[in-house]
Ligand binder design. Structure first.
Ligand code: GRF
Length: 210
């Protein structure tokens, strides 16, 4: 079954992945619309990107709520009010709790700058450099209660070059993120996929039409 194509994008900062989604929609690579951008920080640069694209943006600070559950309920309310069908976390620096996950079951995506399950959590690119891996990359996954642990939708490898720093690696991974996120969103919206335990099984038709 196809998924409702109204996106809600959650950010905390720069918003370059938000921009990648905006651009993919504008150029027709992604058949969706962004109903709302929500930031938990009022200084997130991504808010300006939303405004420039004429997308409604709101700031919902976690500091104004007594608990994670209350905050997540407020997020769910704002998203539902706007008819959002798919929630895209794009550099949203908050753990998502069960209140939001249960409001959007298998309808929350996250992008992470490593090949999960390697290097979950913060500073994934630095973790990769410190560990000395030769390949890292990008993962887009469905969000579950386990941090960076949900079913994997798309992964893209990025070679670690001799002399790479966390910053230079992060830059190349980011380029790949900007390609992978719109593709993963398109795949989810198209439907036909299923979950087999923790495995995401893509619709065959998706690959045929790529
Ligand atoms: C990206 O590296 C993303 O993978 C991670 O946080 C960063 C957000 O960057 N979850 P931006 O705000 O989208 O530019």
């Amino acid at each position: 079954m196809p998924v409702n194509r109204r996106l809600g994008v959650l950010i905390s900062g720069r918003g370059s992945n938000l921009q990648a989604l905006i651009d993919a929609i504008a150029t027709g690579r992604l058949d969706a619309s962004i109903a709302v951008v929500i930031s938990n920080r009022n200084d997130a640069a991504g808010l300006e990107r939303a405004r420039a694209a004429g997308i409604e943006s709101i700031v919902l600070s976690h500091r104004d709520f007594g608990s994670r559950d209350e905050y997540d309920r407020a997020l769910a309310r704002e998203l539902r009010t706007r008819g959002v069908g798919l929630v895209c976390l794009a550099g949203f620096m908050r753990l998502v709790g069960t209140e939001l996950i249960e409001a959007f079951p298998s309808r929350i995506l996250n992008i992470h700058p490593s090949l999960l399950p390697a290097f979950p959590g913060l500073d994934a690119q630095k973790q990769a450099i410190d560990h000395g891996v030769k390949v890292s990359g990008v993962t887009v996954h469905l969000v579950t209660a386990e941090l960076d642990g949900g079913p994997i939708v798309i992964q893209r490898p990025v070679q670690v070059m001799p002399g790479d720093t966390a910053e230079s690696l992060a830059e190349r991974i980011l380029e790949e993120e900007h390609r992978a996120y719109p593709e993963a969103v398109q795949m989810i919206l198209k439907g036909g996929w299923r979950l087999d335990g923790r495995r995401f099984v893509a619709a065959r038709a998706f690959f045929i039409t790529l």
